[in-house]
Design a protein around this ligand. Sequence first.
Ligand SMILES: [Zn+2]
Length: 306
Amino acid sequence: MKKWIMLLIVFMLAGCEPTEEPHPTGSAGNEGLGQGSGVHPAKQKKDENQTNQKPDAEVQTVLVEEDQVRRGNLVLVNKEFKLDAGAVPSDIVNLNDTPELLQGYVLLDNSIRLSRQVAEQFNGMMEAAAEDGVVHFMLSSGYRDMEEQEQLYREKGADYALPAGYSEHNLGLSMDIGSTQMPIDQSPEGKWLQEHAWKHGFILRYPKDKTEITGIQYEPWHFRYVGLPHSLIMEEKRFTLEEYLMFLKKEKAYSTTVEGQQYDIRYVPVANGGTVIELPQNSQYELSGSNMDGVIVTVKRSGGDR
Ligand SMILES: [Zn+2]
């Protein structure tokens, strides 16, 4: 009898162990998912897709890091949203030292700097303007580092300048454009920009009828690079950057076509520790933070399959 009891106890103990074991690993797995730890949810998502989707609807998963929220061509910098120091592009160049980027316009002084990427787009825009016979452009301001902005703010005051970190000029994607002939708002240069800048990825950042939204008086000279297709949508809908980002955040997804190329745009909130997103396999995409709470994912849709 004693032996039987012993055996029974052994069986019970052995029987208990396997049923208890899954609990700790199961809950740990869930915690990992909740935190969005990167590797784990990405793997999980892929498994689901393999069972739920057609094999030709392959997806890739991308971990969007928290830092990405504060970087990119669409980051909002205004009185409310301060620029993150790490958001300044690493390709800032002095235009006076880069003659290949100084075509079709002049500089107010030889200290003006811009992101190289933006200067290249700006040059393309100057070429297009020249083809239309509009040739008297002058850049009067570009990138300003935090110290320069602080000095400007100290010297000129709050009516003229913004504190360091709250000016778009600290970002390297904005510039003040003038005409060498007359005030920009009366000049052919200003009129040409109002009509064509969006085609080259630029927007008039502080329009006359949007001062309540931007918090900045009308500045017919201040342009900001956001890139296509965003500048097209903002032009079509007459959105400021503030309005555009709120629109994307609310809509969550939006599609548009530029010169036959379709773009799918999404606003994705990014959690602490990062967020995993799914994109079509092998698709070309761009990420930009909003400087608020998420990123804008812009996917170039690949050629039709019908
Ligand atoms: Zn400006």
